[in-house]
Design a protein around this ligand. Structure first.
Ligand code: HQG
Length: 187
């Protein structure tokens, strides 16, 4: 059984494979939902000396224990729910809550308020239904800034929203006039 630290390390390896560079490991993800056979992923993971002894149960526990629910296992297939840089996974368009949140850092704020939110190195802008998830995201890069996105105004501007599960919503670029900074994010 893996300890918490090993699960974090395994999760990072899994995100590299399932979100960013599957081809580097000889994995061809389903073009629609970005999934592959759990067995295929396990073969790649155990080919790495560090993970030679892990089992399918270890992978299933790592998926289940991930606070951000980065992965989904459905039947015999596994996929990253969001965060992809390699391809646009296909989700049906959804109708989000009137407000969604995005956590970022102080240095990015001026350009976001001028140019809007962009996917940058990923395929989508990542938004969440709650402030906790947005805070976890924004704190990764420095002083936390929380932004609220008016999803009705965004949709009127042509933005489509996709639900990735676990309160995460994905979208294309969000115009600056649909974004407002929440005061006192760090409190
Ligand atoms: C910022 C992680 C300049 C944006 C998280 C963010 C999430 C701009 C950074 C998921 C900009 C992109 C995604 C603009 C946005 N000019 N900077 N116009 N528009 N930005 O990592 O949302 O923890 O690609 O605010 O949890 O931070 O790794 O996106 O700071 O769920 O599993 O550009 O990835 O998942 O950074 O994170 P990212 P994100 P994990």
């Amino acid at each position: 059984m893996l300890n918490a630290g090993a699960e974090v390390s395994l999760s990072k390896f899994m995100t590299k494979i399932l979100r960013h560079t599957p081809e580097e490991y000889g994995i061809i993800l389903d073009p629609e939902d970005g999934s592959c056979l759990l067995e295929e992923l396990l073969d790649v993971l155990t080919a790495a000396p560090k993970w030679a002894g892990i089992t399918e149960a270890d992978v299933r526990r790592t998926v289940a224990n991930s606070e951000k629910q980065r992965f989904a296992i459905e039947g015999e297939r596994i996929r990253a729910r969001y965060g992809h840089s390699h391809t646009k996974v296909a989700y049906p368009p959804g109708e989000p809550p009137a407000l969604l949140y995005h956590g970022t850092h102080r240095a990015a704020l001026p350009v976001i308020l001028r140019e809007g939110l962009k996917p940058m190195g990923r395929q989508y802008v990542h938004l969440s239904e709650g402030l906790h998830f947005a805070s976890l995201v924004g704190r990764r890069r420095g002083e936390l800034v929380l932004l609220a996105v008016d999803t009705v105004k965004s949709a009127d501007s042509g933005v489509t929203f996709y639900y990735a599960g676990n309160e995460v919503w994905l979208a294309g670029a969000v115009p600056a006039d649909c974004i407002a900074e929440l005061e006192n994010a760090e409190n």
